[in-house]
Design a protein around this ligand. Structure first.
Ligand code: AMP
Length: 301
């Protein structure tokens, strides 16, 4: 695996593959790699001839300075893990390379950015995400770019900008990888102390309650959200937001009649975590069979 730090270097190293018509896959990350990231890289490895992993902690998407400052960074370890998972190129640019002096452009997606994370973190968050993802797509010019369903709203925003800007790239969204106890893997989990780590189980508990009630035939959003909120109570964690929305438009649902996205964010001490699950309505007369195991799958690598 080669590490490159400049756009020129990235273009040069990809040129032969592009010339030969080989498929290039891009996995954008902010580093501190875990199994969630590695599942994306392995998937890209199976589908593409060349796999680029980008590692860039994008300052413009952090709405809290403290969150940016304590964001875990471990490039050496990340390089080893990315290589083991099958990456060919690690693209790790500096902030100056991505935002050189005089940089003055932003990509702003309207509508789908205004709810959930956009409402909680302010418009600069998704402006930062949309701008950096557009830039990474233009830098690497991949055939396919891979994202995690863990950041469900981010996937919706990226699909929107790719369609609206006619970017010639296929977007793949892959399932959330979880710890055995159900907590979604996240670089921020490393910042939790042991007590906070156990309280963080409030998030998967909320999702499991919603999945269980939906499988039993409940379709009222209010009932599903109440059950999810109740499931968090024993952990002494309150959701910053907890919403049942249309998975494509992110508009709130009152009744679950098809697919719905249950999304939530919560602060555990100083660490802010997000999670979500796709719910599928079932007919009340034909409830889905109760599964023997957990309602949300714990691992999908
Ligand atoms: P990040 O480094 O947090 O910006 O994440 C980089 C990519 O990995 C994004 O597309 C995330 O959605 C994805 N990702 C993060 N956590 C997980 C997870 N637990 N399972 C699957 N994908 C994930």
């Amino acid at each position: 695996m080669r590490t490159v730090r400049t756009v020129q270097g990235l273009r040069a190293v990809l040129e032969p593959a592009r010339h030969d018509g080989l498929a290039i896959g891009l996995v954008p990350t902010m580093g501190a790699l875990h199994e969630g990231h590695l599942s994306l890289i392995r998937h890209a490895r199976r589908q593409c001839d060349r796999v680029v992993v980008s590692l860039f902690v994008n300052p413009s998407q952090f709405n809290e300075r403290a969150d940016l400052e304590r964001y875990p960074r471990s490039e050496h370890r990340d390089a080893e893990l990315a290589e083991q998972a099958g990456a060919d190129i690690l693209f790790a640019p500096t902030v100056e390379e991505v935002y050189p002096s005089g940089f003055a452009t932003a990509v702003e997606v309207l509508g789908v950015t205004e709810r959930l994370e956009g409402a909680a973190r302010g418009s600069e968050h998704f402006r930062g995400v949309a701008t950096v993802v557009t830039k990474l797509l233009c830098m690497a010019l991949p055939d396919v770019a891979y994202f995690g369903q863990k950041d469900a709203q981010q996937v919706v925003v990226i699909r929107r900008l790719v369609a609206d800007l006619n970017l010639p790239v296929q977007i793949e969204a892959l399932p959330t990888v979880r710890e055995p106890d159900g907590l979604a893997m996240s670089s921020r989990n490393a910042l939790l102390d042991p007590h906070e780590r156990s309280r963080a189980l409030a998030l998967p508990a909320a999702l499991e309650a919603a999945v269980g009630l939906t499988a039993a035939g409940e379709s009222s959003a209010q009932a599903i959200l109440t059950a999810a909120r109740e499931a968090m109570r024993p952990f002494a964690v309150e959701a910053e937001y907890l919403a049942l929305v249309d998975p494509e438009t992110l508009e709130p649902l009152e009744v679950l009649s098809g697919a719905g996205l249950l999304a939530l964010a919560a602060r555990i001490g100083a660490v802010r975590l997000i999670d979500n699950v796709l719910l599928q309505a079932v007919s009340p007369t034909h409830p889905a069979p109760q599964s023997q195991g957990k309602a949300i799958s714990t691992c999908s690598v």
